[in-house]
Design a protein around this ligand. Structure first.
Ligand code: AMP
Ligand code: GLY
Length: 421
């Protein structure tokens, strides 16, 4: 098979790494890719949000299977365009991708499906939104309706913060994404990410993970795209997992099918768990980054077979072969991230690190310059290891981190603390 993966982050590097191990994979192209991905696959410049361009590229390169990494091409209908052209594609339609692209849509689906989630109201008008916040009190959660690259959620501790957030969103700081706003009850508990595959009908659990969203140790400071993750998540006990499937995931998938927009792909179910009961925080219509890195390290080559089963509507007979293992990843970012940061610093020491089925440095934002790796993004590397227990995986990751010579970078030293305490 000739396979095309769309995206350029650590998530796509780990997808490429896993897919490449499958003997069915003959040729692997990642568009646009990055310097780490270029070590294991061909990289191609391509506007991945342009469905016509992707379909033409796939046709010209005799691509048999496309895997869409990020949400933007999905929301833009790239998977629809490929399916129309008769190309097999792993990723939901634009209509199904609304589960991530519109928070108000997801809330309405939860209502119809009876799925437990935070109480909410949906506004197109700032005065009504302000009145609602005053009536509800704080803390309260204010969300731009549309895609805002992870920055569209404000947890307001005070009424003033809530008013500021509303002024910002309705004032256009998130563009069209903020023209409508969802205001939610603040939920307490422990968060976890649950990944399932769905072929439109059948749901197959793929794995669990926990992310560390805050930039600082002890989960302090501003939110980021994710500073590290581990899998499995201990809070996802068999009972919690079953409740999430029965009360949230399956009713949502059934409602999507009932509406004539069945969901096909991986669904990232963000949960808040309190007293053993899961409630939905959000859906994403793709793998998480860096959650994907730990999932791929645990799943390996079989992920391609599972994706094919999704696309060919035969998930019912499929199964995931799990090992009793744990994986952990630590993100190394450019100093200043998630605020302003510099690009171009040289990263040394990567070539001396192990690269095998249990240790991998996935690249999130690197480029090659004069034979050296340079930092080319905010999140730059995802240093990842797998072991029989989480403590060993963590130790091995930090051993690798300590061998990377990049003074302009930083990482959190406490990834995994919640599970190791
Ligand atoms: P989202 O983009 O919806 O995942 O929100 C980003 C983060 O904000 C989540 O991972 C949670 O940590 C937090 N969050 C979102 N909604 C709520 C809520 N209703 N209650 C508490 N925390 C929330
Ligand atoms: N790590 C969170 C996300 O990918 O949305």
């Amino acid at each position: 098979m000739n396979i095309l993966i769309l995206g350029s982050g650590g998530r796509e590097h780990s997808l490429a790494w896993a897919v490449k191990q499958n003997p069915k994979c003959d040729r692997l192209i990642v568009a646009p890719g990055n310097a780490g991905i270029a070590e294991i696959a061909e990289c191609a410049a391509l506007d991945i949000e342009n469905g016509g361009a992707v379909a033409t590229f796939a046709d010209e390169n005799a691509i048999d299977f496309v895997i869409v990494g990020p949400e933007a091409p999905l929301a833009a209908g790239v998977a629809d365009r490929l399916r129309d052209a008769g190309i097999a594609v792993f990723g939901p339609s634009a209509a199904a991708a609304r589960l991530e692209a519109s928070k108000a849509f997801t809330k309405s689906i939860c209502d119809a499906a009876g799925a437990p989630t935070a109480a909410y109201a949906h506004f197109k008008d700032i005065d009504a939104a302000k009145a609602y916040v005053h009536a509800q009190g704080t803390p309260i959660v204010i969300k731009a309706d549309g895609l805002a690259a992870g920055k569209g959620v404000i947890i307001a501790e005070t009424a003033d913060q809530a008013m500021d957030a509303l002024e910002h969103m309705f004032g256009g700081s998130f563009g069209a994404a903020g023209a409508e706003v969802v205001i939610e009850e603040f939920m307490t508990g422990e968060e976890a990410s649950f990944f399932v595959l769905c072929d439109g009908e059948t749901v197959l659990p793929l794995g669990t993970a926990q992310d560390h969203k805050r930039v600082g140790e002890g989960d302090t400071g501003p939110n980021t795209g994710g500073m590290g993750a581990y899998s499995p998540a201990p809070v996802m006990t068999p009972d919690v997992t079953q409740a999430a499937l029965d009360e949230i995931v399956k009713p949502t998938m059934a409602e999507m099918a009932r509406r004539g927009t069945p969901y096909q792909g991986v669904l990232f179910v963000g949960l808040m768990i309190e007293d053993g009961k899961p409630r939905l925080v959000e859906y994403n219509v793709r793998f998480g980054d860096p959650e994907c890195q730990v999932l791929m390290m645990r799943l390996g080559a079989q992920v391609l077979d599972l994706m094919q089963a999704v696309v060919e509507n035969r998930l019912e007979g499929a199964q995931v072969n799990w090992a009793e293992d744990h994986a952990l990843t630590v993100v190394m970012a450019a100093k200043g991230y998630p605020g302003g940061y510099e690009k171009g610093a040289v990263i040394r020491g990567l070539d001396a690190l192990p690269e095998d089925s249990s240790n991998m440095v996935f690249h999130a934002g690197t480029a090659r310059q004069g034979g050296e790796y340079i930092a080319a993004g905010g999140r730059v590397l995802a240093v990842t290891a797998r072991a029989g227990d989480l403590e060993t995986a963590q130790r091995r990751v930090y051993d690798m981190v300590d061998r990377i010579d990049w003074p302009e970078g930083f990482c959190r030293r406490d990834i995994g603390w919640r599970a190791l305490d």
